[in-house]
Design a protein around this ligand. Sequence first.
Ligand SMILES: Nc1ncnc2c1ncn2[C@@H]1O[C@H](COP(=O)(O)OP(=O)(O)O)[C@@H](O)[C@H]1O
Ligand SMILES: [Mg+2]
Length: 377
Amino acid sequence: MTGGGDWQRDLLRELTGEGTESGGGAAVRPRQSASMPESASESPSTSAPASTSPAPASGPAPSPDAPRRPAPAPVSHPTIDPRLAIALGRPQHGDPVTRRAGAGLRRLASSAARDVSRLTELARELQQPVTTGRVVAVTSIRGGVGKSTVSALLGRTLGHYRHDPVLTLEADAALGTLPTRMGAETVRWSCGDLARILTPAMQLTDVTGYLVPVADGGWLLPASQGRVGAPLDVPTYRTVTLALRRYFAVTVVDCETLPGEVARTAMDTAHARVIVAPMTAEGIHGTRQVLDWLARLPHSALSTTVVALSAATPDATIDARTAAAHLREPGVPVVTLPYDRHLAQGGPIHTAMLAGATRDAAVHLAAEAMRRAVRVR
Ligand SMILES: Nc1ncnc2c1ncn2[C@@H]1O[C@H](COP(=O)(O)OP(=O)(O)O)[C@@H](O)[C@H]1O
Ligand SMILES: [Mg+2]
């Protein structure tokens, strides 16, 4: 939906200080390529052992600047041990059968025209053109509240609706669940690897060779190969996001929890922020403290913030309306993500298996975030 090349060329000029015709900018392509190199998505059984060549044998063509990468190419690692993967069980639908049948009947009885116009309006928000790559950072005050789940829903919703490249990036030092939630079976290249590899002369097709393609459209970049290793640091985060912004219209970042240093950097440098609040009294209280802190910052961070109120358990007893009203007080929109059986199962998110209310919430949340992200220069 964007004018494609324009914002990418502008940002490239901004980054390199070069003209776009003679510099690397002419090499940047506005659309993702239909054919993916095998390197990012290959299965563990077909992955080559670590090699010392400057680029993976089956991956993107090495760029002229690539030889400055001395580290050996990483090998693919499964996101879930195959012995556990077979124990995952069948994915269950977010809505029980009775609710699905009831929803069908309600749809027949409701005003179809009103539904269509509401959906068209939301789709328009999600597809808004961008002048330069926009970054939406997702964080929370503690782990396990649904941050990666919300990031995956946002990345997949935007990847589905937008026609320009969308990236979902994991910036969590802990062993995160984002690759699994996004449906990646294996991970290979991480943020740290790309920080060393990316050069301004690379084309989008070179870059996507290092990323994992996502089913609904878009790409994924994990923080690690899924093993305990050196945590992501602020310079690496800055290098990777700044370099990747020129290729991707929207980057959704699954951050570590606040007040981690990378999370604060991500929050500070993003165009829009999503804070995931758990549906508990202490979680809502803590999130409110973060909102009050954002309100005191010199630049109006609050005006580009959205809260996702996540009901990650069916046993929450707090009144959702009171909770949302408390969080709305500083002037931020609150989107409630309902408890969803399919999300509770863990494992890959199959968008077709989500409850209707979850899908609505994901689209609504993505639209609120995009509305704010495009407003910022
Ligand atoms: N809306 C939801 N409905 C049901 N369960 C959820 C929901 N959101 C998250 N969960 C559950 O919470 C777990 C932790 O979520 P995750 O996104 O990994 O948290 P975080 O990234 O904040 O650590 C998920 O594996 C899932 O079981
Ligand atoms: Mg997580």
